[in-house]
Design a protein around this ligand. Structure first.
Ligand SMILES: NC(=O)c1ccc[n+]([C@@H]2O[C@H](COP(=O)([O-])OP(=O)(O)OC[C@H]3O[C@@H](n4cnc5c(N)ncnc54)[C@H](O)[C@@H]3O)[C@@H](O)[C@H]2O)c1
Length: 310
């Protein structure tokens, strides 16, 4: 298939591009490189440096004969969304709706894969592991934007017959998570341990996260294109395992071969203490499962960050 990957110069999107190419798909990228880097995109892949709301967006569909879309372009900094909710709305809602208008009214796209979030959507869970039918109660403009995006997709599916797969990611980590404006927490931890710099943990480090390695997630996008039988599907894509921040740091120390210098800062108000998403539905509907354990994923990420440091 000819697939448009929006946000393909970003952390996850660039891995989605690689995974699609490995499966024999043809790929083009749309990215305004506001947080991603063009160097993340494999040589030979056409990159349109353009924003989602650019009126010229539809020329890409016409010229490239796009059949499917993996939509990852978004403002992704949850904390920034608290101070500038309007920028978030512009990319994550206005930009998305513009893209969906083109996908449905001018061109008949065969499948639309949407990168959503588990963490920012479910809020503090009543029980774990959290399933897809759990209440959604986002408490940030970023989370609200993702929920609004999901609602728009339901509308475009119901009214304009767009086949949709919504992937709700847990905490993603791996190579290329060094964005222009904000860097993922696991990446900062590894960079600092490698450089002998202190790392700051909010609270005592017993809070848990459900980590998933980026290549596993990229492959979930490939399977969503290939295997989703339903025309509207929402699945969590997660490691489905709780790991405390302290455990994560011990794994980093093991692979970096250095002790972390840990500083503790006060717990952040509103920060969730536990995160654990069930991935049973993705296993059933997409026959997807994570291949990389935390140990293997961190080993690969440490190697990558050590190699670009030199
Ligand atoms: N990283 C995570 O832990 C995580 C978790 C859940 C969901 N997600 C979602 O996955 C997707 C990818 O996230 P990521 O971590 O790779 O972030 P990222 O910031 O590395 O990638 C987003 C890309 O989109 C581009 N972009 C932003 N606004 C744009 C616009 N208006 N027009 C065109 N391009 C634009 C950026 O330049 C960047 O390359 C996002 O939709 C994000 O919300 C990420």
């Amino acid at each position: 298939m000819k697939v448009l990957v929006t946000g393909g110069a970003g952390f996850i999107g660039s891995h989605v591009v690689d995974a699609l190419l490995r499966e024999g798909h043809k790929v083009v990228v749309l990215d305004n490189v506001s947080s991603g880097h063009e160097k993340n995109v494999r040589t030979g892949v056409k990159v349109y440096r353009m924003s989602l709301s650019d009126p010229k967006l539809e020329t890409i569909f016409k010229k490239e004969k796009i059949e499917a879309v993996c939509h990852l372009a978004a403002k992704t900094n949850m904390r920034e969304s608290l101070t500038d909710p309007f920028a978030d709305i512009e990319s994550n809602i206005v930009g998305l709706v513009h893209l969906l208008e083109v996908c449905t009214k001018k061109y008949k796209i065969k499948k639309f894969i949407f990168s959503s979030t588990g963490g920012a959507l479910y809020g503090d869970p009543e029980s774990v592991p959290v399933k897809e039918n759990a209440p959604t109660q986002p408490i940030s403009p970023y989370g609200i934007g993702k929920l609004a995006g999901e609602r728009y997709l339901y509308y475009y599916h119901k009214v304009h017959a767009l086949p949709v797969v919504i992937l709700r990611y847990s905490n993603v980590y791996g190579p290329r998570n060094e964005r222009k404006k904000h860097v993922g927490a696991v990446t900062v931890f590894i960079q600092n341990v490698l450089a002998g710099k202190p790392i700051t943990i909010n609270g005592d480090g017993t809070q848990t996260r459900d980590f998933v390695y980026v290549e596993d997630l990229a492959y979930a996008n490939v399977l969503a294109l290939k295997r989703a039988k339903k025309d509207y599907l929402v699945v969590n894509v997660s490691g489905s395992k709780e790991t405390s921040v302290n455990e994560m740091i011990r794994t980093i120390e093991k692979h970096a071969g250095k002790k972390a210098i840990v500083k503790h800062a006060p717990k952040i108000r509103g920060e969730i203490m536990r995160s654990h998403l069930s991935n049973a539905k993705a296993r059933k509907e997409l026959r997807w499962q994570p291949k990389f354990s935390i140990n293997e994923g961190i080993k690969k990420t440490v190697r990558y960050l050590a190699s670009i440091k030199k």
